[in-house]
Write a protein that binds this ligand. Structure first.
Ligand code: CTP
Ligand code: K
Ligand code: MG
Length: 192
């Protein structure tokens, strides 16, 4: 039979993985929300079309993209300043962000969002239409490989397989929750 102490240790290990996954992904999570707040103005595609549809659409703007990347980088900087103190309080290490890791996470998130809009337009979806699955994971699919490319050692130190698994499960839940809140607050036009 498994001893209570072993069960507690296993639960603590899971909690640790969830905290590390959330902390490590924050610079990729915040750009989407910052883009909603800072968006507007000139669309990235400049109104260009491909076939019958817009290349990207009016929902992808230069200002929103810049706001998103900036917010991700700033947050990574703030988390890095507090990483040591938070690690000592928690009793396990959370990551400080190398500049290239921060860039990979923040810029990768925005690039994933832009590529998703490209796919949405190619599949006949209007601006704002939902694309279940893609809406929730587009930024993960691009930000993780880009970070692995730009900051390889850092990436494989923190994004172990268990952390990646938690990210894939946790991200859609957080995405649905934050977008619902943004919608209720009147910040977003659709709840997805
Ligand atoms: N936004 C922006 N620039 C970005 C991403 C988002 O300006 N790179 C702003 C836009 O005002 C956009 C809003 O945030 O309408 C919501 O983002 P999102 O849901 O990603 O865009 P959609 O309007 O749904 O457009 P699409 O169908 O292309 O995803
Ligand atoms: K999106
Ligand atoms: Mg949308």
């Amino acid at each position: 039979p498994v001893k209570a102490s072993q069960r507690i240790a296993a639960n603590m290990a899971v909690l640790e993985t969830v905290v590390i996954a959330f902390w490590a992904m924050l610079p990729a999570y915040v750009p989407n929300n910052a883009a909603v707040l800072g968006g507007g103005g000139r669309p990235i595609d400049g109104g260009r079309t491909l076939g019958d549809a817009r290349l990207l659409g009016d929902g992808k703007t230069w200002r929103g993209t810049a706001a998103g990347i900036t917010a991700g980088l700033v947050l990574a900087g703030v988390l890095t300043v507090f990483a040591d103190d938070v690690s000592s309080v928690l009793g396990f290490a959370v990551p400080a962000f190398e500049p290239l890791a921060a860039l990979g996470l923040a810029a990768g998130a925005m690039l994933g969002d832009v590529l998703a809009s490209f796919l949405k337009r190619r599949t006949g979806r209007q601006r704002g239409a939902m694309f279940p699955g893609l809406d929730q994971l587009d930024f993960v699919v691009v930000s993780l490989p880009l970070t692995a490319l730009l900051a390889t050692e850092w990436f494989f130190t923190w994004f172990t397989w268990d952390v990646i698994l938690v990210v894939v499960v946790l991200t859609p839940i957080l995405h649905v929750t934050t977008n619902m809140i943004a919608y209720k607050l009147g910040l977003k036009n659709e709840p997805w």
